[in-house]
Design a protein around this ligand. Structure first.
Ligand SMILES: [Zn+2]
Length: 83
């Protein structure tokens, strides 16, 4: 997980997106790259999106399943970045 924030021009997530579409595109940010520069807006969007996804879970089982999927996705991301 990134610990600091970068300027948008240096952001790994949004710097390649057209400026006019960035607000809309951030609604789909569900994964952040590890050890890569990420701007404050993408970081904020990530946490908002994750919180909203948890809020949409209809039951404790659904929430647990969603969290399990998140852990699996993060583990796969970490494994792919580790080489
Ligand atoms: Zn960004």
């Amino acid at each position: 997980m990134p610990t600091g924030t970068a300027r948008e021009a240096e952001c790994t997530v949004c710097s390649q997106w057209p400026l006019a579409l960035r607000v809309t595109m951030r609604c789909a940010v569900g994964v952040l790259p590890l050890r890569q520069p990420v701007c404050a807006r993408c970081l904020q969007a990530f946490w908002i999106n994750i919180t909203a996804a948890k809020g949409r879970a209809k039951s404790a089982g659904g929430l647990l399943f969603g969290m399990l999927i998140d852990v699996l996705l993060i583990s796969a991301l970490v494994a792919s970045l580790s080489g």
